[in-house]
Design a protein around this ligand. Structure first.
Ligand code: F6R
Length: 609
């Protein structure tokens, strides 16, 4: 939550910061602000609302300077308001702080600081940092910050500029991401890589407990004892275009359309064409270790949790290993019973979700082997796990996750085959067949995307409905959950996903002639049962929209609308079936006038518990 962007160099800082903040707006957008240093003097502008409001304020009353930091906020402590927006300042007005995270002991610190005479202008947790630095300042800002951070508890990415050190940005990280990017004679800081890709792909990701001083040409990194740390710059291979909309109206739509190429990238290099061997470079599990594993626990949040549900089916089906799925926030505080034969698989797009990170820590403490399936290279969860498999989907900027989900499913599928082979339940021939199905999938995704116009027409019909029910069986059930989540997130329509058989145990009472029921009628052994559920809905007057792959008479007769997807194996059909549901949510949201890429109250990376 919250985005930080900063610039230090020879050019005017504000245009870089505004552009960076716009790219980070998915992390929060209830208020925004900037601080710059010009000729050694600190200037701060902040306001309620989105970056556009900030841009307007700055065009009325420009501020200059070649050093600056900016912030886009997703409120946690203190409601969205001008005084609560960042940057926050100390009593002297010489120090400006932007922060992503939560200072957990801020009330206690605030009381102590107020007793010492500090005056607070906001109700945020962040402001204590500005006053703590002021209190601890003794001629060296870096030292003052290090001392302050020993008093603060919680999570933070911090960037500070001050009249005390007019030629540097001081930064620190604990729990929330912060990246430094290096250009020619200029440097950047950002909460994610994508926001600075246009300027540089040479980066250093700060680790927890690190603090640094950035000048236009130098970067010095330390631990909190101010012992210097050496860290090599990494080169990021993402294409800068991937962080732009490239002609699409919204990132969500662009990312839905990117799914065929995203899955190609996911597979590339992981399957050797000649012998169909699956290999994951950073998995860090030997064949012997894989064979020892007798239980899988998936942990994740939101859409990634839905991918985990499919993983549960696949691991049990292909590898015959008992698998279960845990909400990360529940798992971490539940004293889970796991041991060194348990493999915990954390699934996360951002790699920064606080609850998933907490679950990874807990699993490690309990002695489990932990691997993560992650999109963001070098993110906290990727680094905290014993092994990692990257989805390679490219930056996902739309708040509603789409291509990250389908690429997670592709990885889970490959992992389940790999484990199935090692555990002796999948032979060479079967493995080749399963892998070939996956190799054909991107082409089938391209065909699936051709339903877009059809889905838009159906969205026109449904967009005024205030509720929707999504039903599925087997691997169609997590897709029903995912379809409902997409609709809720972007169009604010109340939607529920259910295992179709559960409908008669309660939700059936909701069905009347106004209720759209989206049914995953996927081919396979549950198909006939699903047809029975469609009958039940129709008998109560509900409107049935079926997602199906077979133009067979029964479904043609029963459903009010059918969206056809290409035929594939039962195990891969969720990857195709979710695409029309993503499009449906997108077009319903558009027709309801919702802000698709920045749905209200949401932020892409949930770095708070
Ligand atoms: C939904 C969505 C969220 C995320 C969840 C976990 O569209 O994006 O539900 O899936 O916040 O985020 P990651 O995958 O980054 O851990």
């Amino acid at each position: 939550m919250c985005g930080i962007f900063g610039y230090i160099g020879e050019k005017e800082a504000i245009p870089f910061i505004l552009e960076g903040l716009k790219k980070l707006e998915y992390r929060g957008y209830d208020s925004a602000g900037v601080a710059t240093l010009e000729k050694g003097q600190l200037f701060v502008t902040k306001c309620l609302g989105k970056i556009q409001q900030l841009e307007e304020e700055l065009s009325q009353k420009p501020i200059g300077g070649q050093i600056g930091v900016g912030h886009t906020r997703w409120a946690t402590h203190g409601k969205p308001s001008q005084p609560n927006s960042h940057p926050h300042q100390d009593c002297t007005g010489k120090i400006a702080v932007v922060h992503n995270g939560i200072i957990e002991n801020y009330l206690e610190l605030r009381r102590e600081l107020a007793n010492k005479g500090h005056h607070f202008s906001s109700t945020t947790d962040t402001e204590v940092i500005a006053h703590l630095i002021e209190e601890n300042y003794d001629g060296d800002l870096l030292q003052a910050l290090a001392k302050s951070l020993k008093q603060a508890r919680g999570a933070y990415a911090l960037a500070i500029i001050s009249e005390h050190t007019p030629n540097s940005i001081i930064i620190a990280r604990q729990g929330s991401p912060l990246i430094v990017g290096f250009g020619a004679e200029e440097s950047f800081i950002s909460s994610d890589i994508a926001a600075m890709l246009k300027y540089t792909n040479k980066i250093i990701q700060l680790e927890n407990g690190q603090i640094g001083r950035l000048t236009p040409k130098t970067f010095k990194l330390f631990d909190l004892e101010l012992t210097p740390i050496k860290k090599r710059k990494e080169l990021v291979s993402w294409d800068p275009q991937s962080a732009e909309k490239s002609g699409f109206a919204h990132f969500m739509l662009k990312e839905i359309h990117e799914q065929p190429s995203a899955i190609r990238n996911t597979i590339e290099g992981r399957i050797k064409a000649q012998d169909h061997i699956i290999h994951f470079d950073e998995l860090n599990l030997t064949d012997k270790e894989i064979c020892r594993i007798n239980r899988i626990v998936f942990t994740a949040c939101g859409t990634s949790w839905h991918a985990a549900l499919i993983g549960e089916y696949l691991f049990e089906q292909f590898a015959k290993i008992p698998a279960e799925v845990e909400y990360a926030a529940e798992f971490r505080y539940r004293e889970p019973i796991i041991d060194d034969k348990t493999l915990v698989i954390a699934i996360t797009q951002s790699g920064e979700t606080a609850d998933t990170l907490g679950a990874v820590w807990e699993a490690k403490v309990q002695g489990a082997k932990v691997i993560s399936i992650c999109n963001v290279v070098g993110s906290s969860i990727a680094r905290e796990s014993h092994g990692v498999v990257y989805t390679n989907a490219g930056p996902e900027i739309g708040v509603a996750s789409t291509k990250a989900f389908t690429t997670q499913l592709a990885i889970v599928y490959l992992l389940a085959i790999l484990f199935g082979k090692r555990h002796g339940f999948i032979n060479e021939q079967q493995s080749i067949g399963l892998i070939n199905d996956l190799i054909e999938l991107p082409g089938k995704l391209e065909q699936t995307l051709q339903v877009e116009k059809e889905v838009e027409r159906i969205a026109e019909k449904l967009h005024k409905a205030n509720n929707a029910l999504y039903l599925g069986r087997g691997k169609g059930f997590p897709i029903a959950l995912e379809g409902a989540l997409k609709l809720k997130e972007v169009s604010y329509v109340h939607a529920e996903g259910y295992p179709a058989a559960e409908m008669k145990h309660g939700p059936i009472a909701l069905i009347d002639h106004k209720m759209p029921v989206i049914v995953l009628a996927l081919a396979g052994r549950r198909y006939e049962k699903i047809l029975g559920n469609i009958e039940e809905v129709k008998a109560r007057g509900g409107i049935v929209i079926a997602i199906a792959s077979d133009k067979e008479p029964a479904i043609m007769e029963k459903a009010d609308e059918i969206i056809f997807i290409p035929k594939t194996s039962e195990s891969l059909s969720p990857i195709l079936a979710v695409v029309p549901l993503q499009l449906l949510a997108y077009y319903i949201a558009l027709k309801r006038g919702c802000h698709v890429d920045q749905p209200r109250n949401l932020a892409k990376s949930v770095t708070v518990e």
